[in-house]
Write a protein that binds this ligand. Structure first.
Ligand code: COA
Length: 248
């Protein structure tokens, strides 16, 4: 079974992280699967909205740390860079249904989604600095814009996590629902009955003023992130995680 499941329900495409035993930590292959899923949905006239969700109790524990060690993504042709590019350019309504841990890119990807629906169990965190890394996916721009500089910097500097209600109050989550996937599907169906080009144009207008700034920030973040990945600070943090998990 693929670690990214792409299935169609009517005119809704659902992309599901399917690596629950590893808390859906994202590998290169999974980023490639996500990028393909988004690109195919963008080009398929029959798809009116996409939902990103997960198997198991958690959304994702972020980038797979073993992959960071073995295959650090340093180029713009890396699978993670391609996924983030597809996310930034995705033209149709994009909804996320989130439960449990959403770590690192598990939180930053949500800043690109049009609607995020969270379970009361959702727990968001961006522990980049604690890992010797820097924020990615445009989050160093989008997160302070959303929640204010002071709150954003506190979260980035400490790596502290926050729950579904805080995320809703910050404007990062639209609503908190016991079953976020059911709620996401209901919303996607309500969107899907509307004229599709009007949806695409509406999204383009809403995103237009920030698009170029986000693209530029993502590029700068990626350069720093690539350097940081090979730093002693990051290596030490990754080794500590692996050692704790008995992998070394
Ligand atoms: N990369 C690779 N494997 C990961 C992972 C990651 N980012 N996050 C979790 N896993 C694996 C664990 O190694 C474990 O596998 P194992 O049972 O084979 O040892 C499994 O997923 C479950 O995780 P575990 O750590 O046992 O769960 P927990 O409830 O004790 O802790 C977290 C949950 C999220 C706090 C913890 O897994 C964690 O800190 N993960 C790393 C998060 C991270 O730093 N991501 C990168 C952000 S850039």
């Amino acid at each position: 079974m693929s670690e990214i499941i792409s299935r169609r329900e009517g005119n809704i495409q659902v992309l599901t992280f399917n690596r629950a035993a590893k808390m859906n930590a994202l590998t290169r292959e999974m980023y490639a699967g996500l990028a393909n899923g988004l690109n195919e949905a963008a080009g398929d006239f029959g798809v009116r909205a996409v939902i990103i969700t997960s198997e198991g109790d958690h959304f994702t524990a972020g980038n797979d740390i073993s992959d960071f060690l073995v295959n650090p993504p340093t180029g713009e042709d890396s699978d993670v860079a391609k996924f983030l590019g597809s996310l930034l350019e995705f033209p149709k309504p994009l909804i996320a249904a989130v439960k449990g841990n959403a770590v690192g890119v598990g939180t930053t990807m949500l800043l690109h989604c049009d609607v995020v629906i969270a379970s009361p169990t959702a727990k968001f965190s961006m522990p980049f600095a604690s890992l010797g890394l820097v924020p990615e996916a445009g989050s160093s721009y989008l997160f302070p814009l959303l929640v204010g500089y002071q709150r954003a910097v506190k979260i980035f500097f400490t790596g502290e996590s926050f729950g579904a209600e805080s995320a809703r109050e910050m404007g990062m989550v639209a609503s908190v629902e016991t079953d976020p996937l059911i709620a996401a599907m209901e919303l996607a169906k309500a969107i899907a009955v509307n004229p599709p080009q009007a949806m695409i144009n509406t999204k383009a207008l809403l995103k237009a003023s920030k698009h170029d700034a986000v693209a530029a920030v993502m590029k700068a973040e990626f350069e720093l992130f690539s350097l940081a990945l090979q730093s002693e600070e990051a290596m030490e943090a990754f080794m500590n995680f692996m050692a704790k998990k008995g992998k070394q």
